[in-house]
Design a protein around this ligand. Structure first.
Ligand code: HEM
Length: 192
């Protein structure tokens, strides 16, 4: 009886998802399965404050790269931080971009879906007059700073490392998507 009970206890232990080793991650993912788990858990904290984090991200982007402001028709006139922070147009765009990042981050457990989605978004920037693909990487630092401000103490060195890997990977794939969309256009194979 005791033996049966301990067998049961042991089997329940093995069924506990926290006791099982995480499944191996897709080799195309830049994160280990454990890092991916941490990323998703931490991202919930950003998601709860998605608009605020997005506004911080864009204000920092424009602070560090004033020349990029003119690309945004709806808020290129916002010259001061106060005006940017209080702008409904900027908040709306920032939230859209953050939701796109959310979709990408959550898509990391299905790499086919991740590549299709993120590269498509990269390609859509071909429609933005004056946009160059180098612009994508300019959002890396502002993104990390915004994440740090929102997460506070929860932004540990481990989480920082995971965010760095993740944002870099997303941005690299936005660039690839932009470049691929250009080749499709040249070859006349564009679907849009
Ligand atoms: C994390 C990286 C980025 C993501 C996920 C992203 C995503 C998006 C999305 C989803 C849109 C469409 C918004 C809409 O439908 O209104 C958009 C538009 C746009 N993006 Fe990005 N973007 C990123 C980085 C950048 C960067 C670094 C720039 C640089 C300057 C930029 C410039 C623009 C511009 C100018 C538009 C058009 C805005 C408008 O129509 O007024 N994006 N982006």
């Amino acid at each position: 009886m005791g033996c049966k009970l301990s067998q049961l206890a042991a089997s329940e232990l093995n069924n506990d998802p926290f006791e099982r080793p995480p499944p191996p991650s897709d080799p195309r993912s830049p994160l280990t399965a454990k890092q991916q788990y941490c990323m998703l858990a931490s991202w919930k904290g950003i998601f709860r404050q998605i608009e605020k984090t997005g506004i911080i991200l864009f204000v920092k982007l424009f602070q560090e790269n004033e020349d990029l402001l003119h690309l945004f028709e709806d808020f290129r006139h916002l010259r001061t931080i106060e005006a940017q922070v209080g702008s409904a147009e900027l908040a709306e765009h920032a939230t859209k971009v953050m939701h796109t990042l959310d979709e990408g981050i959550k898509g990391l457990n299905d790499m086919d879906a991740f590549f299709a989605y993120v590269r498509h978004v990269g390609g859509t920037h071909r429609q933005v007059p004056g946009f160059v693909p180098e612009n994508f990487m300019k959002i890396e630092q502002p993104f990390l700073e915004a994440a740090k401000m929102t997460l506070g103490d929860r932004y540990t060195p481990n989480i920082e490392n995971i965010y760095k890997i993740t944002i870099r990977f997303i941005l690299e794939n936005l660039v690839k998507g932009y470049e691929e969309a250009g080749k499709e256009k040249e070859n006349g194979t564009s679907q849009t």
